[in-house]
Write a protein that binds this ligand. Structure first.
Ligand code: NOJ
Ligand code: NOJ
Length: 480
């Protein structure tokens, strides 16, 4: 996996961006580690794809047959992973590696058709599939409607790219065409989402039944990109329907902002919220870093409501996990939600920080830096001030400039300092991840809140995906 060309390309990008910012030996060492772990993450993630005892295209959540048994293709985990493969492909110059990545996407498309054609209790909201490609039909928390939305989203993005490259026939035969009733992969998912989004379902952590911010935001974005695809492929009625539903979903998201608690709430209208009294959940930020626009509205990256939620998550987890006090120089270890009791093996125990949620906060810091830079200026409000003051905590002089009502011009030296501080914050989260991972670069699902040792499923696919996304975010290479 580790090609010289790739190394050179990334190194070039990193150098161009950081030379003025970071220059000492410790930083050079850190930069080297990032590249190394970026490659290790690719190799280890891809090792969970099309394993010999699975139907080709199957992506297991982790190569773990018991305690916990993660040897299934979850629609969510698999689609998130293939989304990162699509991005890796975009940034990969080496032809033989590109071929390999393309083959993985092709295998995913094939296995997804098998999954979609199974007879399941939850329709396309069915959650996980066995290595044979058949649906898991035992008792489970179903439906989980984020899965088909993530799949439609990443494949629509891929399909639009293929159309740009002139591969319209491939797209029509394998991914989307206007035939009705829908008989193509993406259109089936889009039909399901656009007709089902108002229905309650289980959340991404498979615990709470209700209406979820994560699920809704991804559905809105899937229908938005899906409508662009429908438009390109001469399916105007569908394009209009998907777009309309997407806007309705976006509108429904307003309800999730909790001005009193200064956070985006995870869930509304739940039956049983799994004792999640705070309704604060990293899932909200995960959704935004996965699909949020680089904008300051509609729950984009620099939307004040997003900024406030990032700050709240940091505050709450900082106090909750003892390792955050033991190693205060590293970024805050972040979990799923404060009341979590799943320890990676069973519920009703003590929850821990996860690699994927901690890496998501790294991604967020980097993406916020880049997103703000795109704007001409922004105003400090009472909603965003605590976050900026925190980011600038080592620079009291600068902090003073970030008073409520102040306009920060992004071509000012002041902003340069903020940009650097946001990068540093992102790097601190990655240093936290580095500290708790295995010395060979492997990552499980969680690390213990007190001892710091890894636990839960080993080699979790989504831990590697999250790391890859954080490096791409650092390099400003996330297109959606
Ligand atoms: C397994 C799920 O995947 C996990 O998210 C959940 O916390 C536990 N089961 C308990 O429901
Ligand atoms: C538990 C997580 O909560 C869920 O999001 C995930 O899909 C499964 N584990 C498999 O990784």
């Amino acid at each position: 996996m580790f090609s010289k060309l790739k190394y050179l390309k990334l190194f070039f990008i990193l150098n161009a961006i950081y030379t003025p910012i970071l220059s000492n030996a410790a930083n050079a060492n850190f930069e080297k580690w990032i590249l190394k772990e970026y490659n290790i993450s690719q190799t280890k993630m891809l090792a969970n794809f099309s394993r010999p005892d699975t139907v080709k295209g199957t992506i297991v959540a982790a190569p773990s047959y018991e305690n916990p048994n993660y040897y299934y293709h979850w629609i969510r985990d698999g689609s998130v992973a293939i989304g990162s493969v699509i991005l890796l492909l975009e940034n990969e110059p080496d032809e033989s590696i590109r071929k390999n990545l393309q083959q993985h996407i092709q295998n995913f498309i094939e296995v997804s058709k098998i999954h979609q054609n199974q007879n399941t209790p939850a329709g396309l909201g069915e959650v996980k599939f066995m290595p044979s490609g058949e649906a898991f039909l035992g008792t489970w928390m179903r439906p989980q409607n984020d899965g088909p939305a993530i799949r439609a989203l990443v494949l629509s993005y891929y399909a639009l790219n293929l159309i740009d490259k002139g591969q319209i026939d491939f797209v029509k035969n394998n991914l989307y065409n206007e035939a009705w009733p829908a008989n193509t992969l993406i259109k089936k998912d889009l039909e399901y989402i656009s007709n089902e989004w108002k229905e309650p379902c289980f959340d991404i952590w498979e615990e709470v039944y209700g209406d979820h911010f994560f699920t809704r935001l991804i559905q809105a974005q899937a229908l938005n990109i899906g409508s662009q695809l429908a438009e390109k492929l001469n399916d105007p009625g569908a394009a209009h329907w998907y777009k309309t539903q997407s806007l309705l979903i976006k509108d429904s998201l307003k309800e999730f902002w909790n001005a009193k608690a200064m956070q985006i709430d995870a869930t509304k209208n739940y039956l049983n919220n799994h004792d999640k009294e705070s309704n604060l959940d990293t899932a909200a930020l995960l959704a935004i870093t996965s699909v949020g626009c680089s904008c300051n509205q509609d729950f984009g990256i620099s939307d004040p409501r997003t900024i406030a939620t990032a700050q709240k998550l940091k505050d709450v987890f900082e106090k909750l996990y003892p390792i955050n006090l033991t190693y205060p120089k590293l970024g805050t270890a972040i979990g799923r939600y404060p009341e979590d009791t799943y320890n990676g093996y069973e519920s009703g125990r003590v929850g821990n920080p996860w690699f994927l949620t901690t890496a998501a906060l790294a991604s967020y810091s980097y993406r916020l830096a880049w997103s703000l830079k795109k704007e001409e200026s922004f105003i400090i409000t009472e909603i965003t001030q605590p976050y900026f003051k925190y980011i600038l905590r080592n620079n009291p002089e600068l902090q003073k400039a970030f008073e409520i009502g102040t306009t920060i011009k992004t071509n000012s030296p002041l902003f340069q300092e903020l940009f650097k501080a946001l990068f540093k914050e992102g790097d601190r989260y990655l240093k936290r991840v580095r500290f708790h991972m295995d010395s060979d670069g492997s990552m499980s699902e969680q690390f213990n809140r007190t001892t710091g040792y890894m636990q839960g499923a080993e080699n979790l696919t989504m831990s590697y995906t999250a790391f890859i996304r954080s490096v791409l975010s650092r390099n400003n290479l996330i297109p959606f």
